[in-house]
Design a protein around this ligand. Structure first.
Ligand SMILES: [Zn+2]
Ligand SMILES: [Zn+2]
Length: 274
């Protein structure tokens, strides 16, 4: 059980709520599981809503569509995705989420109040983004090798013009293997340093989820993040991966594809057809 001897500390409202949640359930595995699972569902589907609205209002948003020669996804496409993603979340991710608290305990992640301050959180999250991007680049590139593509990755490429909901439209093996790049770095860093908090981990998973959904949105705006940070991947980057099929294997940044000569585009398609 988490210890809550905090009489000498002054806690914020969020920290008090966090403590009350763990005290209410009186079982840390269930308390962590509920926060993690509900947080995941809430963020995934609520972040997809603006993209569903954008697809439903082509008179306003079509001019920002990257593959503007294609029709927006149909209601039936979106519904197919929702059903499949809920199945993956409940059958594949929920059991892992139940196992997460024991793993977190084993690796020495902290989960009691007070929460970490913003500076170490930001430093950890930046590190996780860089590590996950590297892991994702190489594993995703391997998934495009014929046998792995056919057995694992083909489902994710069902839509050549992706939309927000397709971010986690993938086989169970892909969910497990690529998901390790998200949950592995905080667990390993926690094990090494003893200084990683569950709140940092949740903030990281949230940002990674939002990044993945936005990268699949199919829209590139004048205010998109990649215009501020040119090394940021973004939707125009990952859209080209789905469109040309070869190249742009990284998740959040561009440097691995640039360094390894795997930037997607018409040239990538020529290479594939050779
Ligand atoms: Zn791919
Ligand atoms: Zn994708």
């Amino acid at each position: 059980m988490a210890s809550y001897n905090t009489s000498s500390l002054s806690l914020s409202t969020m920290e008090n709520l966090w403590q009350a949640h763990y005290a209410y359930w009186n079982n840390d595995i269930i308390a962590t599981g509920i926060i993690t699972f509900l947080g995941h569902e809430l963020i995934y589907f609520s972040r997809c809503i603006p993209w569903i609205i954008a697809d439903a209002l082509p008179s306003i948003f079509h001019r920002y569509k990257i593959q503007d020669h294609k029709a927006p996804p149909s209601v039936s496409d979106q519904w197919t995705c929702v059903k499949y993603i809920l199945l993956i979340h409940f059958v594949v991710e929920m059991p892992l989420i139940v196992l997460f608290h024991p793993m977190m305990d084993l690796c020495g992640l902290q989960y009691s109040a007070p929460f970490p301050t913003l500076k170490p959180m930001a430093a950890h999250i930046l590190l996780f983004f860089l590590i996950e991007d590297t892991y994702h680049y190489w594993l995703h590139r391997a998934f495009h090798w014929g046998p792995l593509y056919r057995r694992i990755h083909r489902i994710h490429h069902q839509y050549a013009a992706p939309f927000g909901l397709t971010a986690e439209y993938a086989s169970p093996w892909e969910t497990l293997l690529l998901g390790f790049g998200t949950i592995g770095p905080p667990l390993v860093l926690g094990y090494i340093t003893g200084d990683v908090h569950l709140v940092t981990m949740l903030a990281w998973v949230t940002l990674r989820q939002v990044q993945a959904i936005d990268a699949h949105s199919g829209y590139d705006f004048p205010w998109s993040l990649r215009r501020v940070f040119p090394f940021w991947g973004g939707a125009d980057w990952h859209d080209d991966h789905h469109r040309y099929f070869v190249g742009n294997y990284s998740s959040s940044f561009r440097h691995w594809d640039v360094l390894m000569g795997t930037v997607a585009g018409p040239k990538g398609r020529e290479r594939k057809n050779r």
